[in-house]
Design a protein around this ligand. Structure first.
Ligand code: GRF
Length: 213
């Protein structure tokens, strides 16, 4: 059984998708938020999952917060730490401590549009497709080895909210898939590339004709 700790900051819909996927061999050991009002905590508690809050505002520095957070995480002996809408930039020390067992989801087709205001920037750039990326976390923000991506169309009339909603549907599909691969021991990282053992032929993330959904 692999222990998974999920970090959230707010709504937690990706965390919810991973919990609901009930991945064989995976135990969601804890959901930890950096904000006491993170809405996703209620869902986790309701599902009998241990919840913790490590409030970043209670710490004088990024380093102090990351150390406290790591201490709480490590109390759950995680095989995998999953960032699911966790809106804090992590220190190199933290990232290196979890090297190879720290995943993030970002709502763009990385390496395009890393960082904040992703959807707005994608719309302003006039791209015709957008999407989402699950990647291993390395010290450079949103730049780690890519595990899976999904593509959605950008449609005429899209605003930030419409595009974000279309992308989110795919996030809820690919994040549980990436976690499942990790739990099954099928991911290996070679340089910047991730290999998936016995992956079905065809790109796993390619998706959706432009239905506007
Ligand atoms: C998602 O779009 C995720 O990609 C981004 O923040 C959002 C979090 O949503 N990092 P949720 O909290 O999982 O609902």
């Amino acid at each position: 059984m692999k222990n998974i700790v999920i970090l959230i900051s707010g709504r937690g819909s990706n965390m919810e998708a991973i919990v609901r996927a009930a991945i064989p061999g995976a135990r969601i050991a804890a959901v930890i938020a950096n904000r006491p009002d993170a809405a996703g905590l209620a869902f986790a508690a309701h599902h009998g999952i241990d919840t913790r809050v490590v409030d970043h505002k209670a710490y004088p520095s990024r380093e102090a917060f990351d150390e406290a957070l790591a201490a709480v995480i490590d109390g759950f002996a995680p095989d995998l730490v999953v960032l699911a809408g966790f809106m804090r930039v992590l220190t190199n020390g933290f990232v290196e401590h979890y090297a190879g067992r720290l995943l993030n989801i970002h709502p763009s087709l990385l390496p395009s549009f890393p960082g904040l205001h992703t959807h707005q920037r994608a719309l302003e750039a006039g791209v015709r497709v957008a999407g989402t990326t699950v990647h291993f976390v390395t010290p450079t923000l949103d730049c780690g080895p890519i595990v899976i991506q999904a593509v959605v169309p950008v449609l005429p009339g899209d605003d930030e909210a419409a595009l974000a909603a279309r992308v989110l549907v795919q996030e809820h599909r690919i994040y549980p898939q990436a976690v499942r691969w990790f739990v099954e021991g099928r991911l290996s990282v070679e340089g910047h590339r991730v290999a998936v053992l016995d992956e079905a032929p065809g790109p796993a993330g390619w998706t959706v004709p432009p239905t506007g959904a």
